[in-house]
Design a protein around this ligand. Structure first.
Ligand SMILES: C[S@@+](CC[C@H](N)C(=O)[O-])C[C@H]1O[C@@H](n2cnc3c(N)ncnc32)[C@H](O)[C@@H]1O
Length: 215
């Protein structure tokens, strides 16, 4: 999907989003935030924060920055923030593939149900790595394509409808890892039938530059 398609899709979905994608997908969001084991004062960036369904799950002592490119989705997150008095949360309308944060700004960076929706998932993950501190952690919650199952074959057949559905059902984890040098340290199935995967990755910037230098 290109950026205009993302904007159009989420303009259309924003009003019904919490009803359709709220409770059903909340176990995955909860699993991400539990895995983070945040400490007081940690700085967390959540890219594609949407309507902010995850925001009440963070401890109030953690400083959370949520960004989203869709003004309609973000307006709902802002309403939730006001309603619940989430003063430790800051929300900004921003393209997560091209942020204005300095390098190494956050201890942890999360993308929940975002990478298969973003126009350029590789670029998005590289940006997550850039703004995350060296040895910080990245959390990616998404459905990834299983090529060797019947469901995987169905996903390939429905892939041409991705603009309409708002995500890529045939999204490949292998390709993302190859493109971004993501160092995955934990992979956990979550949500209904474990159909979605929670990835925890170590932001090993030093090792990457040594490898790059050696090559
Ligand atoms: C499926 S929703 C997930 C929202 C939220 N993370 C959740 O758990 O419900 C995907 C969100 O990613 C946002 N998004 C997609 N591409 C983006 C980008 N390049 N930068 C920022 N947000 C993006 C969309 O606007 C949308 O709000």
């Amino acid at each position: 999907m290109d950026l205009n398609a993302v904007l159009k899709t989420y303009r259309r979905y924003a009003s019904g989003y919490d009803l359709y994608f709220g409770a059903l997908f909340q176990p995955g969001r909860r699993a991400v935030i539990e895995r983070m084991h945040c400490r007081s004062g940690d700085r967390v960036l959540e890219v594609g924060v949407g309507t902010g369904l995850s925001l009440p799950l963070y401890m109030p002592t953690v400083r959370v920055m949520g960004i989203d490119v869709s003004p309609e989705m973000l307006a709902r997150a802002q309403a939730r923030q006001r309603r619940l008095g989430l003063e430790h949360v800051t929300l900004r309308c921003m393209d997560a593939e091209h942020t204005d944060f300095p390098d190494d700004s956050f201890d942890k960076v999360a993308a929940m149900y975002v990478v298969s929706v973003a126009p350029d998932p590789g670029r998005l993950v590289k940006e997550m790595r850039r703004v995350c501190k060296p040895n910080g952690e990245l959390y990616i919650l998404n459905h990834f394509h299983h090529a060797d199952t019947v469901i995987g074959m169905l996903e390939c057949l429905t892939a041409p409808l991705s603009q309409l559905m708002g995500f890529h059902p045939d999204f490949s984890l292998d390709r993302l890892v190859r493109e971004t040098n993501l160092e995955i340290v934990e992979k956990t199935p979550v949500n209904l039938f474990g159909y979605w995967t929670l990835l925890r990755a170590h932001n090993d910037k030093a090792a990457r530059s040594v490898r790059a230098g050696a090559g």
